[in-house]
Ligand binder design. Sequence first.
Ligand SMILES: [Zn+2]
Length: 237
Amino acid sequence: MNDFSADLGPLGLKIVRNARSRRLRLRLDRREGYPVLTLPRGVSERTGLAFVQENLAWIRERQAARPTPIPFAPGTTIPVGDHDLLITRSADRRGTTRQVGDTLLVGGEIAHINRRVSDWLRAEARRQLTSRAHHHADRIGARIARVRVADQQSRWGSCSGRGVLSFNWRLILAPSYVLDYVAAHEVAHLQEMNHGPRFHAVLATLLEDPRRGDQWLTRHGPELRRYGVTGAASPSS
Ligand SMILES: [Zn+2]
C-alpha cells in the first residue's frame, strides 16, 4: 500500500468522522489547501483511504488550481487602495514602516517584514474604514459604537445589534470604492438589520452604485486572501 501522506504532499490528510454524514466526502481545506476526508458512521478508515487513493489526481488538480500565496516580502508589489506599493527594506534598524510615494519602506530584521507590513496594512485599513464609516453614518444620522478591524475568514464586514461595525483588514488591498462600499453597507445595517428593500433604499442614499463594489468582491475577493500568507498551519482541529 502507498504512503498517503507522502502522496498528498507536505500538508497531509485530515480525517473527520461525521455521524450525520451519509457518504464519503473529499474536499480541500479552504484556507490551507490540505485534503479533508469525511467518514460517515460505519465506514472504515481503510475504505476511506482507498477512496482518497482513487481521487489523488482530483486532489492534485484542485491543489494546483489554488492561487499561489503572496507573502509580504521586499520586492513584492501590493495593491493598497488605488495604488501599487513596492515593499522595500529600509536601513532603519528600529523597524518602522512608512510609505514614501509608491514605496513602502520597512525597517528592522528581515524575519519580521511580513508581520510589519501586515501591521501597517491593518492600521491603514482601520484608519480608512473608520473615516468612511463615520462619513456615511453622519449622512443618515446613525451612531457607530465602535469600529473593529479583524482577520475574518469569510466575511468582509458585519454589524452588531449594539452598533459595533467589524471589517476585514484585507479590504485595504481592494480598490477604494470597494472598501467604501463595505463601509456604507455595514452603516446601512445600523438602520436596517436585514437585506430587504428598506436596507437597499438606505444604501442607495449613501452610494451612487452599490452593486459595483459588491460585484468586485464576488469576482476578486478570494484573491485578496492570498496576501501575507506566512505558511501552512497544522491541519489539526
Ligand atoms: Zn449585509
